[in-house]
Design a protein around this ligand. Structure first.
Ligand code: WTA
Length: 638
């Protein structure tokens, strides 16, 4: 047995599950005892969901980087920790061993310190998918600064909002980032985000694309120069800061059903234990396996299953800079072949998109190293599941359908590869320590099997969200107030005859576009910023590749009325500026009015049905202020 707490049989799963529910404190303290602590805890867990007040391993102190790096040095120093595949397949790849990762993280921790970063400071990281991104994240953790990684596809305005919310004083970025054919000018986006900003003191810039950048004296410094200073100073080690179990490790912004994105806060100990535990058990990781998670580190999947989970397990994690379809749609398969990847973890949207290219991109690619496949981020349809199983796994690799969220830190419901049964399109059973429950609209538990309802969780697991940064009340109302004493996920789910869960999608006003969460209110706010837009309403509709597409109904009375195409393009440009290209509506329909109740509330249900083309089931429209608008909207449907 390679990890003492790795579940190796169905029987053991049932056993461990029972133990985890019967005595969570004992269960998790046993697992936690295998980690490196500076001080042990006096309380395993202490919680109530009404505030919420959630603590794990209280009294303990640790540093997560000692668990991700230092403790592996004696036995695995020369093993690859990170394998990096560049965007351009003709550029040399990089292999970073644990020894080398240690050195790089320590050096960069000195750079941070030299630039005034202290424990508890918020450091915003806006970089492409290069090893230095992981190094920056780990260096923050090493000195106890709170990292907040922002996905490279977000706009200057989105960054400015996040910098302000987190009150961040430091930024780590690159001159630019390569993604497929594109060269994204990251530093220039940061410069725009910093116009009017008064809190950011220092911007550290890594050279990746050699795109010309403006470097402001006194504020901006080059990563390479700063490392040079550290080397000249002769520093090699950096003692890991002693962190309390509940000190925040990072903030990650995510969309909700209302207003601006929230800063989800995860803390050091619980997050470490749970991401490690789920990484080892869900994927059945064995030492030496090459784990390839195709997510971006800018999302929670990258945090937990590219960086912290694999490294805390002493594993080898593959970091890919590019996109699945460039230079051609065989790129993932080339990478699997080149590095003999054992575990491939990707999103249904990528599978559906690659499926569309047929068999040709698979020709001549040796995928025989694959042992386990995984999906995450959105429900996987059966067709995509079977294609993945047959064409990529060749019918031999278990597929883990992992359900979880930014707020949950790690995987909550999933089969364990080859250990517990899989079922197409089903996340199946909860991980030990996780107690799902389905409730109806009034919060009454729906018991038994072959039922569906809103998915909640009864008790905390170690990596549950602790707070939303700067606004604890928002955390309470969003997740813990809908149903008394339950964590509400925002998802709907079915429980089948065997008690297996199938997640059906969001039940709130959050869209899931290509596995990315986007709030309808956020998109509406962005559209409404466009001059001439009077009002808008945004809903999702089924999209073959993206899972959900964005459908916007817009009332417009501005310049260019009549030239719809031009106005559409302008609106898309506005959304790109305000949020980023990922939030661009797929369809914009200009309407003269929106269906509203007499109290002025938009009836989204009707708009959703129209967007989904379910015109026969619009339901009762008689309560609307002006039922005639519905006919007009139906007539103009795209
Ligand atoms: C959805 C991503 C079905 C769900 C880790 C959830 C899924 C949201 C699955 C969280 C899955 C994630 N099956 N739906 N296996 N995994 N989701 O925060 O709606 O980016 O609430 O975290 O994605 O998205 P987030």
């Amino acid at each position: 047995m390679s990890y003492p707490y790795q579940i190796r049989s169905l029987e053991q799963y049932h056993n461990d599950y029972q133990r985890s529910v019967a005595d969570p404190a004992r269960f998790w303290s046993e697992i936690a005892s295998y980690f490196t602590w500076k001080k042990y805890w006096h309380h395993v867990t202490d919680w109530n969901f009404s505030e919420p007040h959630i603590r794990w391993f209280e009294g303990a102190t640790l540093n997560i980087t000692e668990n991700c790096i230092d403790r592996h040095l004696a036995t695995k120093g020369n093993q690859p920790a990170i394998i990096w595949e560049p965007n351009d397949p003709n550029e040399r790849h990089r292999v970073i061993t644990y020894n080398s990762l240690y050195q790089k993280v320590c050096q960069f921790a000195h750079v941070l310190k030299n630039n005034g970063v202290q424990k508890g400071d918020r450091v915003c990281i806006y970089m492409g998918m290069i090893p230095e991104l992981a190094i920056a994240v780990l260096a923050c953790a090493r000195i106890g600064a709170i990292h907040s990684v922002i996905f490279g596809g977000f706009s200057a305005q989105s960054i400015a909002d996040r910098l302000y919310d987190a009150n961040a004083e430091f930024i780590i970025t690159c001159d630019g980032a390569y993604r497929g054919q594109k060269d994204i000018p990251l530093k220039s986006v940061i410069d725009d985000a910093l116009i009017g900003n008064r809190t950011v003191k220092r911007v550290i810039v890594y050279t990746r694309t050699r795109t010309p950048v403006s470097m402001i004296k006194g504020r901006d410094v080059w990563w390479e120069d700063e490392i040079q200073h550290v080397v000249e100073q002769g520093y090699t080690d950096f003692p890991a800061e002693e962190m309390k179990a509940e000190d925040p490790l990072f903030i990650l912004y995510t969309s909700g059903s209302t207003g601006k994105p929230k800063g989800v806060v995860h803390s050091c100990a619980g997050y470490m234990v749970y991401t490690n535990y789920t990484f080892i058990n869900v994927f059945q990781y064995q030492p030496g396996d090459i784990h390839f998670c195709t997510a971006d580190i800018g999302w929670i999947t990258g945090h937990s299953y590219i960086v912290y989970g694999p490294l805390s397990a002493g594993g080898t994690t593959l970091l890919f800079e590019g996109v699945p379809t460039w230079p051609d749609a065989g790129r993932f398969w080339d990478i699997v072949d080149k590095y003999k990847v054992n575990i491939l973890y990707t999103a249904p949207t990528a599978i559906r998109s690659l499926m569309g290219f047929g068999d040709a991109p698979l020709q001549g690619k040796d995928l025989s190293s694959l042992k386990v496949l995984g999906t995450v981020g959105e429900p996987i349809n059966e067709e995509a599941w079977h294609w993945y199983n047959e064409n990529i796994g060749k019918g031999k690799c278990p597929i883990v359908d992992t359900w979880w969220q930014t707020e949950t830190g790690g995987i909550l419901i999933s089969n364990l590869a080859g250990v517990t049964p899989a079922k197409p399109a089903h996340a199946t059973y909860p991980l030990p320590g996780v107690q799902p429950i389905l409730v109806d609209e009034n919060g009454n538990e729906i018991e038994g099997n072959s039922v569906s309802g809103n998915l909640c969780i009864k008790a905390p697991w170690p990596s549950i969200i602790r707070t939303t940064y700067g606004d604890h009340e928002r955390c309470r109302t969003n997740y813990f107030a809908t149903y008394d004493q339950l964590y509400f996920t925002g998802d709907g789910a079915q429980r089948d005859a065997d008690g297996m869960y199938r997640i059906t999608g969001r039940v709130d006003d959050v869209l899931n576009v290509s596995g990315h969460r986007i709030g309808t209110a956020e998109v509406e706010n962005a559209i409404n910023m466009h001059a001439g837009v009077v009002e808008s309403a945004v809903v999702g509709y089924p999209h073959d590749i993206k899972g959900q597409g964005i459908y916007a109904y817009v009332i417009y009375n501005g310049h260019h009325v009549g030239d719809e195409e031009l106005t559409r393009r302008d609106i898309l440009q506005t959304v790109t500026r305000i949020i980023g290209p990922i939030a661009k509506p797929d369809k914009i329909q200009f309407v003269s009015g929106l269906p509203k109740t007499r109290s002025g509330k938009i009836m989204r249900r009707i708009l959703r049905k129209i967007a989904e083309n379910e015109l026969g089931s619009l339901g009762d429209t008689s309560t609307l202020l002006d039922p005639a608008v519905v006919d007009d909207i139906v007539k103009g449907k795209l």
